[in-house]
Design a protein around this ligand. Structure first.
Ligand SMILES: [Zn+2]
Length: 315
């Protein structure tokens, strides 16, 4: 059996899995991305995690390593300028793992990996044109055009979280203002909620919590229970997302938009305002062909599975 090692590097945790060609996760583990708070500590922890999964018998079945990460330049095999990883400067991750394990190593952007996973094993199976929007701490997009992931010149396409959604809007971590992810992402929803609280006459059941205890999960739960400022936070985020997705549909004409990632698992409270704003802003010709779907893969698995396809599709 051919097996790939998949590594999904995230701002909080890095997941490692052994995946077969059918997309089954055979074994998996995770390390804390920031444990030890240095590049060397990260690689020590990563190697330990891999060694924990790969016994000597399994090692000869490994045909390659697929990695997805934020802030990477796949064409050069490096992670570069990552503000949310302990990997500062330029880190030649493809070479580091290639030298260590002597297997082919492939790298792609995390949102592109999620799109590859969704296309191969999830709700976009059989589709040739679709968009996967990953809604987590930030917002990313994987764009599949004519059956191929649209990587851009050096693999940097799909930074949908940093398109300007509101002119001179909220300050974004990237240094610019009004980026989409400051309104719709886990952090965006929290900012919507805090703005609602500051502005609104309507009481929220969360308003007596200390700021540090207000989480997107709590806002989602309160919204489901009918808490008005919480519901409003998702309505604002969904509306801005839908309006921007309409622009993307006009450019790429995807058959489907898949909303993936932890935040998308809240379901209707996000999907309804998003879909309404999308259809309100679409030209009539697009209305009958586009559908908005949830991810069929676990919030934590789409990118891991996608990273494995980098190995299998290149073998
Ligand atoms: Zn930004």
């Amino acid at each position: 059996m051919n097996i790939a090692i998949s590594i999904d590097i995230g701002g909080t945790n890095t997941k490692i899995a052994l995946v077969n060609e059918e997309g089954q996760i055979l074994r998996k583990t995770a390390i804390s991305t920031w444990e030890g708070n240095s590049k060397n500590a990260f690689f020590d922890n990563l190697f330990s995690g891999i060694n924990e999964l790969v016994s000597p018998e399994i090692f000869h079945q490994i045909i390659g390593i697929g990695i997805d990460a934020p802030s990477c330049v796949p064409k050069e095999g490096i992670i570069k300028g990552a503000s949310n990883l302990p990997l500062k400067g330029e880190v030649p991750i493809v070479d580091i793992l290639g030298i260590k394990y002597k297997k082919p190593v492939f790298l792609c952007n995390d949102a592109n990996a999620a799109a590859l996973g969704e296309g191969e094993f999830g709700n976009a199976q059989g589709l040739k044109n679709f968009l996967v929007v990953t809604l987590g701490t930030g917002l990313g997009a994987g764009i599949i055009v004519d059956g191929k992931v649209m990587t851009g010149y050096s693999g940097l396409s799909g930074e949908m979280g940093h398109i300007t959604a509101v002119k001179n809007g909220r300050q974004c971590g990237c240094g610019r203002k009004g980026c989409l992810e400051t309104y719709i992402s886990a952090t965006g929803i929290k900012r919507n909620f805090l703005a609602e609280l500051a502005d609104s006459q309507v009481k929220s059941k969360l308003e007596n919590l200390p700021l540090s205890e207000i989480t997107t999960q709590k806002i989602a739960k309160a919204a489901e229970e009918g808490d008005i400022p919480s519901l409003k936070s998702f309505e604002i985020g969904g509306k801005i997302l839908g309006e921007n997705l309409a622009n993307y549909v006009h450019l790429f004409e995807p058959e489907a938009i898949i909303l993936a990632g932890g935040l998308a698992t809240v379901g209707e409270i996000l999907f309804t305002p998003t879909i309404n704003a999308l259809f309100e802003n679409l030209l009539p010709n697009y209305i009958d062909t586009i559908q908005v779907l949830p991810s069929a893969l676990g919030a934590n698995e789409a990118a891991l599975l996608g990273a494995s396809t980098l190995v299998f599709n290149k073998k």
